[in-house]
Every structure is written in C-alpha cells, then in structure tokens.
Ligand binder design. Structure first.
Ligand code: ADP
Ligand code: ADP
Length: 225
C-alpha cells in the first residue's frame, strides 16, 4: 500500500458565494512507502490546503484520502483524530513549540499524551535531538534557541510518536538560505534514518532536487516536474 494516496481531491473556499476560489481541482497523488516527495508550487497555489487535507486537519469537498491503505472517508471523528495524532507528523514553517517548556519536554509531552512511559519518552527525545545535531540544547527553552534550532526541535516533535507519514509545509521557509540548507539536511537525515514516507512542500528548487521525486501543483492540478 502507498503511505499516502489522494484521489480526485477538490476544494473550493466560499462555496456558493460570488468570490469563491476553487483551489484544488481533482488532485491525484501518491507517496510510496519510504519515499520522500517534494510538492513544488508558488505561494497561493494551494499547498497548505492540500497538506491539511492529507493530514486530516481539513476536509475536501470531493475525493478520497488514503493513509497506509486505509480510506479516511466517513471515518468516525474519534478514529480520525487518533490517526491524525498517531500516524501523521506535521511540520509548519513556524515551529509552534510550547514556550514554557524545554526542547526536550516539547518532544516528550506528545509521547506522554500518547501513553508512553516518561523514561522511554526522554530517551527517544534525546536520540532525536542527537540525530539533528542539537543534543546539547535539550534543556533550553525555545526563546533561548536560534531559529534553525527551534525548527530542528519541531522536526523531532513531529517524529516523536513514530508516525507513518510526515507532512511538511515549507519546513525551512522562515530561515535564511545558509541556515535553511543545514536545517533541511538535518530533516533529510531524520526522515531517511527512520524510513519514513514524506510529502514536503517547498518553493526552493534546490531543496526539492534533494528529494526522491518532485510533483508540481499548477492551476489546482498535479503535474510531474
Ligand atoms: P499555498 O500554501 O500554496 O500558499 P494555500 O493553500 O494557503 O496556498 O491557499 C490557496 C488559495 O486559497 C489562496 O488563494 C488563498 O488565499 C485561498 N485560501 C486559503 N485558505 C482560505 C480560507 N480559509 N478561506 C478562503 N480562501 C482561502
Ligand atoms: P481555527 O481557529 O482557524 O479553526 P485551529 O485553531 O483549528 O484554526 O488551527 C490553527 C492551525 O493549526 C491551522 O493551520 C490548523 O490546520 C492547525 N491545526 C489544528 N489542529 C491541529 C493539530 N491537532 N495538529 C497540528 N496542527 C493543527
């Protein structure tokens, strides 16, 4: 089974109103198991909308979302929420870390919420921080970290509960070019090291070229790059 399969996804905002925007017009896409796919499109093309639908944060008007072979259409809300929390990791352009907790705690908390034991959760958090090269920052709060470090912590948090699928929306879009390059390399290290499947939106063509495959969102439809 594919890690993610979208079939005929359509989405219109302001449905039925005069100024409605049809953002997605029958999008088909597939991310194979272990594959890292770049979603390339200019700003406003609908990347965030597509990622939110794929990550069960929003619903499509038409079409089907399958995660690891399971159809998400018509699932009970509680089951949908569980899949969103356990099987999907989400990374935004901004880190959204909890400011009053340390880097380590930000990675530990989602594991505790998921029923993990504290000792095991801390060990996993330290492993993840080590993989992205900031083990020495474990006890710092977000405000004491650089933008690149904050984003690395956010990557670790997204992987904390070992999701099957990672969705990232311009994960290095807030960083200067040199930092962006290094932080992106850290993300690739994390994703490849865990054998995770990923769909990563970027408008940076150099970063896109480092992934396994590129797909383009153009006028609400997918085209191969
Ligand atoms: P991208 O992530 O590629 O920049 P988005 O998915 O954020 O694109 O937005 C695609 C289009 O949909 C844009 O024209 C945006 O203004 C519009 N849009 C996004 N969210 C909403 C919303 N909640 N209501 C109305 N229009 C929206
Ligand atoms: P709104 O107040 O506009 O309804 P929300 O507070 O639901 O928006 O969500 C704010 C942002 O956080 C949105 O981009 C949404 O997609 C995202 N989001 C909502 N729930 C989650 C979640 N459980 N995990 C990750 N992101 C989420």
């Amino acid at each position: 089974d594919a890690a993610l399969k979208l079939t005929g996804i359509s989405k219109t905002y302001n449905l039925g109103r005069p100024n409605e925007v049809q953002v997605l017009r029958g999008v088909d896409l597939e991310v194979a198991k272990g594959e890292i796919v770049a979603l390339v499109a200019p700003s406003g093309a609908g990347k965030s909308t597509l990622l939110h639908i794929a990550g069960l944060l929003d619903t499509a008007d038409h079409g089907q979302v399958q995660i690891a072979g399971q159809d998400m259409t018509g699932l009970h809300d509680r089951r949908r929420t569980r899949i969103r929390r356990n099987d999907v990791g989400f990374i935004y352009q901004f880190h959204h870390l909890l400011p009053e907790f340390t880097a380590l705690e930000n990675i530990v908390l989602p594991q505790l919420a998921n029923g993990a034991a504290r000792k095991a959760a801390e060990a996993r958090a330290r492993d993840l921080l080590e993989t992205v090269g900031i083990a020495s920052r474990a006890d710092h709060r977000p405000a004491a970290l650089s933008g690149g470090e904050q984003q690395r912590v956010a990557f670790c948090r997204a992987l904390a509960n070992t999701p099957r699928l990672l969705l990232a929306d311009e994960p290095t879009g807030n960083l200067d070019p040199a930092t962006s390059d290094q932080v992106f390399a850290a993300l690739m290290e994390l994703v490849r090291g865990s054998g995770l499947s990923a769909l990563i939106a970027t408008h940076n063509l150099e970063l896109a070229a480092r992934m396994d495959r590129q797909i383009r969102l153009d006028a609400g439809k997918m085209t191969t790059a």
